[in-house]
Ligand binder design. Structure first.
Ligand code: TXA
Ligand code: MG
Length: 320
């Protein structure tokens, strides 16, 4: 049980910020996916995030901040290239992993010496962060607002379907429409001499290299404790099969230029790669809503955002 606010006003954002200060949870829209937020300084509130998600407690959370001027509330020894990235891409779909300071407790970082920070580009998220800052808040910890291992929600309805049963009457869901990007933020490790991409997203390797003037690596290290890097992630109940055409009665996702195999159930026909990212998670959810057992997917080609889409699809295809 919880309340959904469909038309956010300054008053509703002030009220939501007050709820966060009281230790309640507020699910809110960002341009990537919806987040499940709690006061990042409140250990009990953050513990409830783990409860609601059903997520192991040693997985670190991203702290959402109102602007780059709040980076040093949570991090120290911030390298110049991270400042350049923040300046170029915040607010935006990018999370910077930085050396933590004493404020970033183990219950946020999962015991790691680093902390993930992000300034989201969504009017409601920024309004909520500003209102929370007015009350003395320094950051909102928020993972994607789905149950552990499930597909991230890109609409308020999807948030409701995922976690409604686990929320309290004093928690809140803010509806900000469908997420514009549709896949989670690019996560960049900024604790070394050059940036390393831990999770691909809409801020691409080329953009990061142009911003920093440094060569950027894309990690393949499965031992790094990024829960999004576990194999059993971003998966619907239906089995996802890559590179195959659908048989009759099976779900099918591909660019609009690829026609639907006879008898297959078309779940999405994105015209562009950006469109593909935006509708992918809704299409996976739709397959489950229709009770389909299999989804055949033709992945988008190329680099940039297509890399992030193929990354999520690969994980989805490994199932839960
Ligand atoms: O787009 C997004 O990033 C969304 C929106 C709500 O901001 N958030 C999101 O959070 O995807 P979550 O918790 O579902 O995924 C964040 C990933 C996790 O896999 C977590 O392990 C990783 O970020 N992460 C957070 N802090 C980290 C750190 N200090 N070092 C390495 N990975 C970290
Ligand atoms: Mg997630």
């Amino acid at each position: 049980m919880s309340q959904i606010i469909s038309h956010c006003t300054a008053d509703s954002l002030a009220n939501a910020a007050q709820l966060l200060s009281n230790g309640s949870l507020v699910a809110f829209p960002t341009e990537t996916v919806y987040g499940l937020g709690a006061d990042a300084n409140n250990a009990d509130a953050v513990a409830r995030i783990y409860q609601v998600k059903g997520r192991p407690a040693d997985h670190p959370l991203i702290v959402h901040i109102a602007g780059m001027e709040d980076m040093d509330q949570w991090a120290e020894e911030i390298p110049n290239y991270a400042i350049a990235l923040a300046r170029d891409f915040w607010p935006g779909p990018m999370t910077l992993v930085l050396k933590r300071n004493e404020r970033a407790k183990d219950f946020i970082t999962g015991g790691q010496e680093s902390v993930g920070l992000r300034v989201p580009a969504h009017a409601i998220a920024l309004g909520l962060l500003a209102a929370f800052k007015n009350l003395g808040g320094t950051g909102i910890a928020a993972p994607s607002a789905n149950r552990f291992g499930q597909v991230s929600p890109t609409t308020a309805k999807a948030v409701e379907d995922e976690i409604h049963d686990y929320l309290l009457p004093t928690d809140l869901i803010l509806d900000g429409g469908q997420a514009l990007v549709g896949v989670e933020s690019t996560i960049i490790d900024c604790t070394q001499s050059a940036p390393v991409i831990l999770r691909p997203g809409a801020i691409t390797q080329q953009m990061i290299e142009e911003s920093t003037g440094l060569l950027v690596e894309q990690t393949r290290d499965e031992t790094i404790r990024v829960s999004g890097s576990l194999e059993n992630h971003y998966a619907p109940n239906a089995r996802v099969v890559l590179g195959a055409l659908a048989e009759a009665g099976e779900g099918f996702i591909a660019l609009a230029s690829i026609s639907t195999p006879k008898g297959a159930i078309r779940l999405a026909s994105p015209k562009t790669v950006e469109d593909y990212a935006r509708v992918l998670y809704l299409a996976l959810r739709e397959a489950d809503a229709q009770g389909l057992s299999k989804i055949a997917v033709i992945e988008p080609e190329g680099d940039g955002l297509a890399i992030a889409i193929r990354d999520r699809l690969l994980r989805a295809s490994r199932g839960r």
